[in-house]
Design a protein around this ligand. Structure first.
Ligand SMILES: [Zn+2]
Length: 503
């Protein structure tokens, strides 16, 4: 039996990773400058070759990802786009055709050809398998490819779906990208996310409470409207998904966390915090979050290695360069678009339940509330939101010349770039979680996305190129800017935005 002073498994794993990373850093700093330059250089050609090969042919070991094939397309295409490269026309056509074969006749995209179709072989086992996550991946892939053929191939959304913060994000993100986001679609999504939001010591929600809400039997409408095609993109009709839950009681609790969990009662997590924050911005309810608490949580997720961990007491992982780093990009843009009015630090909705929140806009929203919800007195005015300071979503991605806020990054962007380039980069192509792990397309995508965020973290004017000192390594490491709400390259987003607003 271990003594009380023995390190725990978690502590041992952490020490091991620190040793690996610090030994790598030590080797790097003992190298001559020319070798250091090479080590810090983004190996673009090797990365593009690795990624392009993945789009053409994958080995047998990838069979476990058979239900995630649109995701593989997105990870690869987005990574290539970040490096301002394109796939050749034949491969592009093949990818569009492939994604079309993943599309369900009734809307949405499944994990692969035949997985979604009611007429496919799998329909013998299950009737409907389109998935919000793969729909998000397919739409982002097609937006990234760009051009009429790719963009016009998106003509159906799916009916029904899973429920958690990621599902909210993927549905709202897709709807926003396709220009079909409306008030009915977002109804009550904010309330759901708030229940997944761990606020500070003045929290009105506890893990116990939100868990009992989630597993209760009374149906409360989440208001997350999953949509399906009627005629064309703009004529989508929706269906409501309900969240099973009831509010049995509310207990006060104190927690040191400020992040967002996947579901009420779960642990705060980087991916879900990004998804929750992005969704709240997209539906114009971000002021309801306690951003001070959220920022407090995320700044402490950057470790001594320079990279981010996804949760408290977890190991550093390259993919959180985006999931956590993207949160800083959203906060920064939020500040920029609000101009003089900075983010409401320390003034989350639940910290001051006495604040008057109801406005004419939220009264209008209330008309659409589900009956089950209106019967529950615990959903009082504090569940409504102040829409008086709405953010223009389009401004989040490219805030042009207005309202630049001089905000220094709230994380160490150079340390994160150092972690990505020295610890996550495989010099033969591809990026990885941490030293000792293998490269993969997922980590390549999110390490590169995080690197792009880092390189622009000091920018006051988003239209200007980053200064050389903000880009670690040679300036040729500079990647394309992303739209942080969708994680697609900005000019690809702009093309899609114009396409879907004009068609
Ligand atoms: Zn990871």
């Amino acid at each position: 039996m271990e003594s009380l002073t023995s390190p725990t498994v978690t502590q041992r794993d952490q020490l091991l990773v620190e040793q690996q990373v610090f030994s790598l850093f030590k080797t790097f700093y003992n190298m001559p400058p020319s070798s250091q330059s090479f080590m810090l250089e983004l190996q673009r050609e090797n990365h593009v070759e690795y990624l392009t090969n993945g789009l053409k042919q994958l080995g047998p070991s990838f069979c476990v990802l058979d239900a995630n094939r649109p995701w593989i397309c997105y990870w690869i295409l987005h990574s290539i786009a970040l490096m301002d490269e394109f796939v050749d026309p034949e491969l592009e056509d093949n990818t569009i055709d492939f994604l079309s074969r993943c599309e369900d006749p009734n809307g949405g995209y499944g994990g692969g050809p035949g997985q979604a179709s009611k007429f496919g072989i799998l329909s013998l086992l299950t009737s409907n398998m389109p998935h919000l996550a793969t729909t998000y991946a397919a739409v982002n892939s097609l937006v990234t490819l760009g051009g009429d053929k790719a963009l016009s191939s998106v003509n159906r959304m799916h009916d029904g779906g899973e429920i958690d913060v990621r599902a909210c994000y993927t549905a709202i993100s897709v709807a926003s990208l396709l220009n079909i986001l409306d008030d009915k679609l977002v109804q009550n999504v904010g309330n759901y996310i708030l229940r997944c939001f761990k606020v500070g010591s003045h929290s009105s929600f506890s893990s116990t409470t939100v868990l009992s809400e989630h597993v209760g039997k009374e149906s409360v409408s989440c208001g997350l409207k999953i949509f399906k095609n009627a005629k064309r993109d703009q004529n989508l009709v929706g269906h409501f998904v309900s969240v099973t839950g009831s509010i049995a009681h509310i207990l006060n609790c104190q927690t040191y966390e400020g992040g967002i969990s996947g579901e009420p009662g779960s642990e705060a997590h980087g991916g879900y915090t990004f998804c929750g924050l992005a969704t709240m911005i997209l539906i114009n309810e971000v002021d309801r979050l306690d951003l001070s608490s959220l920022i407090d949580w995320v700044v402490f997720r950057q470790g001594v290695e320079g990279g981010f961990q996804g949760r408290t007491n977890k190991l550093v992982d390259g993919c959180y360069s985006f999931w956590q780093g993207g949160i800083f990009a959203l906060i920064k843009r939020l500040n920029s678009t609000k101009g003089e009015r900075s983010i409401p630090l320390g003034d989350g909705e639940d910290s001051d339940p006495e604040s008057p929140r109801t406005t004419a806009s939220s009264d209008a929203t209330e008309e659409g509330l589900n009956k089950d919800l209106s019967q529950d007195d615990s959903h009082s005015q504090k569940d409504h939101h102040d829409t008086s300071s709405r953010v223009n979503v389009a401004d989040i991605g490219h805030n042009s010349s207005k309202g630049h806020a001089k905000v220094n990054p709230l994380f160490n962007s150079l340390a994160l770039q150092q972690y990505i380039l020295l610890c996550s980069q495989d010099l033969n192509g591809g990026l990885r979680d941490k030293p000792g792990k293998s490269r993969d397309h997922y980590h390549t995508c999110y390490c590169l996305s995080g690197l792009s965020v880092c390189q622009r973290s000091w920018l006051e004017d988003e239209d200007a190129p980053p200064l050389p000192h903000a880009v670690l390594g040679p300036y040729s490491n500079l990647l394309e800017p992303i739209h942080p709400l969708y994680n697609v390259v900005l000019d690809r987003y702009q093309e899609a935005h114009e396409f879907y607003t004009s068609s």
